[in-house]
Design a protein around this ligand. Structure first.
Ligand code: NAD
Length: 345
């Protein structure tokens, strides 16, 4: 029996986490979910969207899975997601993007992972008004945070049988901040014996490193996404490119993520609270179910994780029970029930 913190979150979070719990239970793993509320529903009572009991629960259990939490645009409280990642020092955000046979998308054979630095960059939230005529946001890139995210990316590349590790940056313009990120990328890659190609063919190498300027990366991810393996980058580029990559394989309803720190890990879908479709039982729970698969692998429950992965493969290949975003008409609950049925067979 595992004790795991569950934050249902806002909007479609309630529906997709309920579906996820049902599917995880059917995979045979015994989990005691410690449910804690955060986000819009608790602000009135606690005067904050992130009460202390949420952090206490995660610190105690070390593992959490969360639904999306809404953040007001241009005003109001700061993002709970960013606060969680910073308070628990969840420095690595891992977002695997893979083609699912059966899901209609523009591409085939995509298998890449975005590794996003999770604690600094423009997300440090250091901004201020200059009188009432200008606003300044400060981009912070430190050697310490860069070294640990690049080290994480090197390990991830090797442990997951990837070959190419690409640094995404804008060091041609932000010569100091992104320049530091790129310089440390090269240094840490060399320490890990992941070298840049020196004229030789990439095929001859087990691993290699390269760098791509973020705008060119956006274009190349649309033109030839199958050429990428692992991409490591500062916070903001990671946020934008992971939504772009979600679009390559069928949309935000699919893509999972893990926020990994030294002591704790928090798993969540890449998508937000989707207020337009909340409460209608039509959201696609695949992203949070795939996040649960990442979580099960993280705690060593590989058999259960593979069982869920097999059921997901089958449901998409059969193509009969699909949610609206994937061109079907099944509800969130019907999709989860079908996954449970497929796991029984
Ligand atoms: P969003 O991801 O909620 O929605 C973008 C689009 O994708 C919408 O059309 C939505 O209907 C669709 N979509 C998203 N998830 C889906 C799913 N599972 N099934 C079917 N369709 C799905 O992004 P947004 O509209 O920019 O943000 C809404 C709120 O969520 C904002 O308050 C934002 O701050 C928050 N947000 C939270 C997180 C998080 O908690 N990690 C991440 C992103 C956005």
């Amino acid at each position: 029996m595992y004790n795991i913190t569950l934050i249902p979150g806002d909007g479609i979070g309630l529906e997709v986490t309920k579906a996820m719990k049902k599917v995880v239970k059917a995979s045979g793993v015994d989990i005691n979910w410690e449910e804690v509320a955060a986000g819009e529903s608790v602000i009135e009572e606690y005067n904050t969207p992130l009460p202390e009991y949420v952090l206490d629960s995660i610190k105690k259990n070390k593992i959490a899975i969360k639904g999306p939490i809404a953040t007001p645009v241009g005003k109001g409280f700061r993002s709970v997601n960013v606060a969680l990642r910073k308070s628990l020092n969840l420095y690595a955000n891992v977002r695997p993007v893979k083609t699912f046979e059966g899901i209609k998308s523009r591409y085939e054979n995509i298998d890449l992972t975005i590794i996003r630095e999770n604690t600094e960059d423009l997300y440090a939230g250091v901004e201020h008004m200059v009188g009432d005529i200008a606003a300044e946001s400060i981009k912070i890139i430190t050697k310490e945070a860069t070294d640990r995210i690049v080290q994480f990316a090197c390990d991830y590349t090797k442990n997951n049988n990837y070959k190419r590790l690409s640094c995404v940056h804008k060091a041609n313009i932000m010569k100091l901040s992104d320049g530091l990120f790129l310089r440390e990328f090269d240094r840490v890659c060399e320490e890990n014996k992941i070298f840049r190609l020196n004229g030789e063919d990439a095929a001859a190498r087990k691993y290699y490193a390269d760098d791509v300027i973020v705008d060119a990366a956006a274009m190349n991810l649309v033109l030839t996404p199958e050429n990428f393996d692992v991409l490591v980058m500062p916070n903001l580029y990671g946020d934008i490119l992971s939504d772009l990559c979600a679009g390559l394989v069928g949309g935000l309803g699919i893509i999972p993520s893990a926020n990994i720190g030294k002591d704790c890990a928090v798993f969540e879908a890449v998508h937000g609270s989707a207020p337009q479709i909340a409460g209608q039982n039509i959201a696609n729970p695949t992203a949070i179910i795939q996040s649960a698969v990442m979580m099960l692998k993280y705690i060593g429950e590989n058999k259960a994780a593979e069982k869920i992965e097999e059921a997901l493969k089958k449901i998409f290949i059969e193509g009969k029970i699909l949610t609206v975003d994937l061109g079907g008409s099944a509800s969130t609950d019907e999709f989860a029930d079908e996954l449970c049925r497929l796991m029984e067979n």
